[in-house]
Design a protein around this ligand. Sequence first.
Ligand code: GRF
Length: 196
Amino acid sequence: MKNIVILISGGGSNMAAIVKVARREGWQEKWRARVAAVISNKASAGGLVFAREQGIATEVLDHKTFASREAFDEALSTAIDRFDEPGQPALVVLAGFMRILTPGFVSRYEGRLLNIHPSLLPAFPGLHTHQRALDAGCKVTGVTVHQVTADLDHGPILAQAVVPVLAADTAADLAARVLTQEHLIYPRAIADLLQK
Ligand code: GRF
C-alpha cells in the first residue's frame, strides 16, 4: 500500500478534495494508494473534523509545544514515517500547512514531498499572494503544485492552473477563484505521480 500523509493547518479544503477524488476514482483499487493520515499543527484545524468523519487517522502536533523548529520537524517525521510500508515510503502532501520546514526535513522526503502554492510560481512565493498579484496589476494569476526543495516555494513544477484577474476583484475574490482550481489540480497532480 502506498500511504499518502496530508499535512494541514486550517480548513483543509484541498485535503478534502484529494480524499474525495481518491475515493471517487478508486485509487486504492487502481494503484493501492490511499490517504492514510492527516496531521495538523493546530488542534483547531477544521479539516481534522472531515478527516475523522472519513475514518482517516489524524494527529495533532502543536508546534508551540516544541523547543525548536528541529524538534518539531523530528516529531513530525516520526509521525509520518509510521505510514511507510516496506518498499513503499509514504507520499507527503502539504495542503495549507503553514510551517517553514527545516532543510533536514525537506531532504529526508525529497522526491515525495509536494506543496500547493496559490500563485503562478516563480511569481509571488511567500504570503499574501493574491494581494500582491492585484498590486502588481497582473491580468492573470493562479496556482502551482510543486515538489518541495530547500528553497521556499520553489522546486520542480508539477501542475499549474491560470485564472483571470477581473477589474473589481478583491484579494478574497481572487483567493476564492484560485481555490476552486486548487481543488482540481492537486488531486490530478497526485494521481499523475501515483500512475508513474
Ligand atoms: C490554499 O490556498 C493553499 O494554496 C494555501 O493555503 C490554502 C489552504 O486552504 N497554501 P485549505 O486549508 O486547503 O482549505
